[in-house]
Design a protein around this ligand. Structure first.
Ligand SMILES: [Zn+2]
Length: 369
C-alpha cells in the first residue's frame, strides 16, 4: 500500500472509538463458554459475528462446525472469512478465538462481567481483552478497507475459532485436521492473543508446559515418635529441593523468551494434617514447569522419575506422579520470518506516532531487525 492509502486507513481507524465500544458490548453480552466450563458453546456469538462480517463487506464467509454433543447445538462453530487482495497470495490471516473463560467469583467484579463498562480509554467486561481486543481490531481493519475504498495488496482473512481456552480440539485443531487446505505454507498468520500494553511485544515462540502432581504415601505417626512412621511431607520436601537440579540439567538459554530459561517451580500444596504433633502419612505437591521447546518433555519426565525413585528409597515412601497438563510447544517462528518482520515494520511507525518511549520501540526494533 502506498503512504497515502496507509494514512487514510489509520485516520479512518482512529475514528472507530464508538464502534469499538459498540462491538465489544455486543460480543460481551453473548457469553461464549465451552462445555468444559459448563457453557453452551460459542454459537450465539458466532451468529452475531457472521452477520457483522457480511455487513462490513466480507463476501466469502465459511463456517466449519466441529461436532460436539455436549453443547445444545451439537457443534462448535469456526468461521473463516476472506477479502480479496490485489494479489492472490500469500494471504494474511488474523486468527482470534470467540470463547472466553468464566468470570470466577462475581463478588470480585465491580459490575456485571457480561455488560461492558467504559472507564476512560478502558473497556471493561469478560472477554474484552482476551480475545475480543484482537478480534475487534481484525474486524475493524477489514471495515476500514471498505470505508476507505482501499484494496489490500494481499488477500485479508479472519479466522474466528471456538474452543481456545480449553484445548483447541474443536477450534483450530479441528480446522487443521479436517480442513488443512484452507491455509498454505506461505500464508502470514497473526494471532493477537498475547503481548504487552504498548503493543511492542511480538511473540514468536512459546514454552512447553508441564504440570506435575506428586502424591507421596508414607506412614502417619505421632510427632514425638518419627521412627514409628514414614514422614511423607519430609520426603516431598526433599524431592521438591532435589527438583531444583532440573535448572542445571535443562539449562539452555534463549533470549527469545522472558525469562530466557526453562523453569521448574513447586506451586500448589494440598493441606495434610491439621495439627502440629502429627507426622503426615500423605502429601500432595504440585510443580509448574515451563520448558524451552529445545527440550522434549519426555526427557524432563525421565529426569524426574530418577529423583522420585531416589526419594522413595531414601525415605521408604511411595510417590505416584501424574501430569495434569502437558502441552508441547510448537516450533518457534524465526524472528526474521516474513510475518514477524512485516508486523514490526507496521507496528513501530505507529508506536512512534503515538509517543511510544523511544527506548521501548528501539529495543523492540533491534530485537526484531
Ligand atoms: Zn486468548
Amino acid at each position: 500500500m502506498d503512504r497515502n492509502a496507509i494514512e487514510k486507513m489509520v485516520k479512518t481507524i482512529d475514528g472507530y472509538r464508538d464502534e469499538v465500544i459498540r462491538l465489544q458490548t455486543e460480543l460481551c453480552k453473548r457469553p461464549a463458554l465451552g462445555p468444559d466450563n459448563d457453557g453452551d458453546g460459542e454459537i450465539e456469538k458466532a451468529e452475531f459475528l457472521k452477520d457483522y462480517l457480511a455487513a462490513i463487506g466480507f463476501s466469502d464467509i465459511q463456517q466449519y462446525n466441529a461436532p460436539d454433543k455436549r453443547v445444545p447445538s451439537g457443534y462448535r462453530p469456526n468461521i473463516v472469512a476472506l477479502l480479496p487482495g490485489r494479489r492472490k497470495s500469500p494471504r494474511v490471516w488474523i486468527m482470534t478465538h470467540t470463547d472466553v473463560v468464566p468470570p470466577g467469583d462475581l463478588g470480585k467484579w465491580t459490575g456485571d462481567p457480561w455488560v461492558v463498562r467504559v472507564d476512560g480509554d478502558k473497556v471493561i467486561g469478560r472477554g474484552t481483552e482476551d480475545n475480543q481486543q484482537g478480534m475487534v481490531s481484525s474486524l475493524l481493519a477489514a471495515r476500514a478497507f471498505r470505508d476507505t475504498g482501499v484494496k489490500p495488496n494481499l488477500p485479508y482473512g479472519v479466522i474466528l475459532c471456538a474452543d481456545e481456552e480449553t484445548g483447541n480440539e474443536y477450534g483450530v485443531r479441528y480446522l487443521l485436521d479436517k480442513h488443512k487446505s484452507l491455509f498454505s505454507k506461505d500464508d502470514l498468520i497473526i494471532i493477537p492473543d498475547a503481548g504487552d500494553h504498548r503493543g511492542t511485544m511480538i511473540e514468536v515462540a512459546e514454552k512447553s508446559i508441564l504440570w506435575m502432581r506428586f502424591h507421596t504415601r508414607g506412614k502417619q505417626t505421632h510427632g514425638s515418635t518419627p521412627d514409628k512412621g514414614r514422614n511423607a511431607h519430609k520426603a516431598a520436601c526433599y524431592l521438591a529441593t532435589r527438583m531444583e537440579t532440573l535448572y542445571g540439567k535443562f539449562k539452555k538459554r534463549d533470549p527469545l523468551f522472558d525469562p530466557p530459561i526453562s523453569t521448574f517451580e513447586p506451586t500448589k500444596k494440598e493441606a495434610n494434617v491439621p495439627n502440629v504433633n502429627t507426622i503426615p502419612g500423605e502429601d500432595v505437591l504440585f510443580f509448574d514447569c515451563r520448558v524451552l521447546p529445545d527440550y522434549k518433555l519426555s526427557a524432563v519426565k525421565k529426569a524426574v522419575r530418577v529423583m522420585v525413585r531416589e526419594t522413595e528409597k531414601r525415605y521408604g515412601v511411595k510417590i505416584a506422579v501424574e501430569y495434569p497438563q502437558m502441552e508441547t510447544a510448537a516450533p518457534p517462528t524465526p524472528p526474521d520470518a516474513p510475518v514477524a518482520t512485516a508486523i514490526a515494520r507496521a507496528v513501530f511507525p505507529l508506536g512512534r506516532r503515538d509517543g511510544l518511549p523511544e527506548s521501548a520501540a528501539g529495543r523492540a526494533a533491534r530485537r526484531w531487525a
